[in-house]
Design a protein around this ligand. Sequence first.
Ligand code: ADP
Ligand code: MG
Length: 391
Amino acid sequence: MKSVENLDVRGKTVFVRADFNVPLDDQGNIRNDTRIRASLPTIQNLLARGAKLVLASHLGRPKGKPDPGLSLRPVAVRLAELLGRAVIMAPDVIGPEVAVLKTNLGDGGILLLENVRFHPGETKNDPELALALAEGIDIFVNDAFGSSHRAHASVVGIAGRIAVKAAGSLMKKEVDFLKKAIHPAKPYTAILGGAKTEDKIPVIESLLEKADQILIGGAMAYTFLKAQGFGVGKSLVEPDKFEIALTILRKAEERGVQLLLPTDHVLTASLESGTVVQIATDYPFPAELLGVDIGPKTTAAYAEIISRAKTILWNGPLGVFEIPAFAEGTMQIARAIAASSAVSIIGGGDSIAALAKAGVSDRISHISTGGGASLEFIAAGTLPGIEALEE
Ligand code: ADP
Ligand code: MG
């Protein structure tokens, strides 16, 4: 992988695909700026060497049209604070106004494009969008490890339009570390939770080839339980993933991989109530309740397996950890991972926030800025965004 340090960038306009997909609170404030801070080494290195920067990222899932709640403007403000320099916020992703702003950039100037997913072509890897993004750009740098598992226009499409391209230092650091997890020391325990089941379930299939134990929690557990016919009340499930969930359970059994689902559950009547109604150890759950955390029995069983692991991969909180009454399982698991002597790799925006909340971030071997991307890289050994840099 070519590294940006080896390129002559003075006076060049460099497009940096960064990962500024930070968690926001209800008021639109940045809840955790780890991903912005992680992008600073590449940005500062390019600025110090006299480049003009055009920065791009997505934020959330705006469905291909502008959504004021998902503007990158708060990121521009935070980035300017962290860099101690002006960051120009573009009004759009492409278009005549943006073209003028690109042309007028001086050496050391920084332009942040609006959320690339405001444009419907981004997730479709539309060639016209890729061409427009590449307009006026001399060098393409991909520093968005966390987005590189997607063949999107600002990650893959643009790379095909620019001859000079390289990986940023964050991307390099991620790849160098995660390469080690492709051949993990055993036992290899993967812990998967969170809500983005759609992204994560396909990766479990490849994890089945490598992991010794897969511990499931979070909302994802309910898709697995419901797929087997257990009544889970109002818990979050993804019916279109039932079939693949059953396939995964069958393959795990065939391969002798221990795939564990929670055996007890913290139930509530609503997230808003913020209170526990009961701990369920049996099915069906009362129809009006939903599962929001793993229970104490599950937590103890998972922690025991974690204590024996030599490699640990964690992506996705085990419950709705943002709400104190439903955070216990996630906090305990975070502490168990921190206490273990295994190589530990944690990925995913919310998982990183959970680690910080448990106060154990400094006891993890590698905190990956990518959730799905780290899982997929470990499974496949490469990512579409990395391949595109090599073409
Ligand atoms: P990451 O960002 O670490 O990849 P995800 O984005 O997939 O993780 O999932 C994080 C979200 O999952 C959190 O907001 C959390 O509240 C939610 N979550 C976890 N468990 C549940 C559950 N049982 N029901 C609903 N949401 C859940
Ligand atoms: Mg998330």
